[in-house]
Design a binder for this molecule. Sequence first.
Ligand code: URA
Length: 245
Amino acid sequence: MSKVPTVRLDKLLTNLGYGSRREMHIAGRHGRIAMDGAPLADIEQRVPLSPETAARLTFDGEPLDPLPGMALMLNKPVGVTCSHKDVGPLVYSLLPERWRRREPAVSAVGRLDKDTSGLLLLTDDGAFLHQVISPRRHIPKRYLATLARPLRGDEGAIFASGELMLDSEDKPLLPAFLDVLSDTEAALTLTEGRYHQVRRMFAAVGNHVTALHRESVGGLKLPDDLAPGAFRVLDAQERAAVLAV
Ligand code: URA
C-alpha cells in the first residue's frame, strides 16, 4: 500500500494561498485554524496530504480549499480569456481570489477562444494536464457550432477524410466527426487541438462559425446545472471519465 505523504500545515496553507508562513503563524495564534472544530496551537505539525485530513481542517470556520492535485470543470462564458497574462477578463478571475496565490498554480487544460463557451478543465496537477492534452491520447472534444450559412452536405465527408489541410499548416487534420443538428447547427468531435481549429475547419468549407460551445472532453459532459461562470471540483469518477475514450 502506498504511504500518504505528509506536509507541514503552515506550508500547506501558504501553498493554498491563505497567506505567508508568518501570517499563518499569526492566524494560528488567533485560533483561526482548527482541526475537528478545535483551534490548533501547533501549525508546524505535519499532516497527511489526504482528503480525509482536509475534511477535518477549517480556516476561519470555513472548510479548507481543495488540496493540491485537484481538477475543476468550469462553464466558460463568452468574453473571458484562458490566459494568465492577457488584459481583460480572465477565466482565473472566476475562481476565488485566494486561488491565484496557489502553488502549484491552477492552469487551464488547453484553451478555449475568448468567444467560445462551455466545458473548460483547470488543474494544478501537471500529470493530469499532460494526460489530457497529450496528442498521443486523442481525447475527443465535442463542440456545438452555430453557422452563418446552411451546411452544403459535403462537410462531414471532408472533415472525416483525414486529408483536410488548414491554411499555413503542413500536416492534414486527423479525421473529425460531424453530427448535423439542423441547417445551421452541427456538433463536431475533434481528437486534436489546433489553433482555432473548429472555426478554421468551417472556414475551409466556405462557412463561418457565429457561436461555439464545448460540450464534452473525453467522457465528461458539461452538466446542465453548472451555470455559465460557475465551476466545481471533479471527483475521482469524473476525472477518470475525462481520460476514458
Ligand atoms: N476550436 C476553435 O475554433 N475554438 C475553440 O475555442 C476551440 C476549438
